[in-house]
Design a binder for this molecule. Structure first.
Ligand code: 13P
Ligand code: SF4
Length: 314
């Protein structure tokens, strides 16, 4: 592709598809990516499905349209592949709020606890964990822990609280949260429900308790997407990152999807990290074969065991 004219979305799509076949690459995208990135991807999924796809692919290069911890997980699961991420700054507030040194210190203070760690964390934190989980398998994994074992759950306190309620298991929680899911305004949600009495409120378990208490259905991004297709309702208020609406609208074009409103007048239901990835950066990372995810062999080896435990328990 020449760059002496202003590149359009179509140019990027063509360039990305051409590079994909030249590089023998697979493009994996999370539901929170821009619609045009989702449309150019080979597979769009939640964090568990993306990890499984990354582990199973025989492509030479994994282009990960998501955030850093997801791309790291792909690298750990398939270390011989080159893993590219369009923007290395695509982080996550949960991962940032749980630095490995503090996590390790906490574990040393609670040596008897089994640590079940949400996949939204760094490779170093994974390496210091017993079992990894995502929002779609956490409940199943917790139910497999013998009742006499104490559990430490990190880093999302909202997901942790939700799981305590669901499973009846008391767990020690890390005090972390997602800046997107803690932003929804209960006040505006109540108003929205009054304005749309037939609409079902559906929510990701990273939302705060008062939002979850009002929700008709709670689940991971994939579970929410499945739910809107099977529910008899025609309207949904969606309390998660707004990128998921793209697939919901595609899967159920006759239904109405209303993004849950943040408290401030902002686009705070967009994940600022996820949205760092653009078509332009996706094209550039493939063209330059950079930025690339690189991890030490030691960290990858130590982080693999808790991820594999998750895969075999889910
Ligand atoms: P899912 O596992 O449901 O895709 O969630 C990932 C995430 O980052 C939610 O904020
Ligand atoms: Fe992290 Fe929240 Fe963004 Fe998900 S939506 S990647 S949990 S900051």
């Amino acid at each position: 592709m020449t760059t002496d004219h202003v590149l359009t979305g179509t140019d990027f799509t063509e360039g990305i598809l051409r590079l994909k076949s030249e590089m023998h690459a697979v493009i994996l995208a999370h539901y929170y990516q821009e619609g045009e990135i989702q449309d150019v991807a080979d597979f769009v999924g939640d964090s568990l499905e993306l990890a499984r796809r990354a582990a199973a692919t025989d492509a030479e290069v994994i282009v990960f349209a998501g955030v850093h911890f997801m791309a790291e997980t792909a690298k750990i699961l398939n270390p011989r592949k080159q893993v590219l991420l369009p923007d290395l700054n695509a982080g996550c507030s949960l991962a940032e709020g749980c630095p490995a040194d503090r996590f390790l210190a906490f574990r040393r203070e609670h040596p008897r606890h089994v640590s079940i760690t949400y996949i939204n964390c760094s490779a170093d934190v994974k390496a210091a964990s017993d079992i990894i989980c995502t929002s779609s398998n956490a409940e199943k994994i917790i139910r497999q822990i013998p009742p006499d074992r104490e559990i430490f759950f990190a880093p999302d306190r909202n997901l942790g609280r939700y799981l305590i309620k669901k499973t009846g298991r008391d767990m020690l929680l890390w005090e972390g949260s997602c800046i997107v899911h803690e932003t929804f305004s209960l006040r505006k949600l109540v108003q929205l429900q009054m304005d749309h009495p037939g609409a079902e409120l559906i929510a990701h378990p990273e939302c705060e308790e008062p939002v979850l208490e009002r929700a008709r259905f709670i689940g991971s991004t994939s579970a929410l997407l499945k739910y809107v297709q099977t529910s008899a309702a025609g309207q949904f208020i969606v309390a998660t990152e707004s990128g998921i609406l793209h697939q919901m609208q595609k899967a159920a074009p006759d239904k109405v999807f209303i993004p849950a409103p943040p408290e401030a007048n902002c686009a705070c239901n967009d994940c600022p990290y996820m949205k760092l990835n653009t078509m332009e950066k996706l094209f550039a990372c493939m063209n330059n074969r950079s930025p690339e995810i690189l991890l030490s062999a030691q960290v990858m080896e130590r982080a693999l065991a808790p991820i594999q435990r998750m895969l075999s328990m889910s």
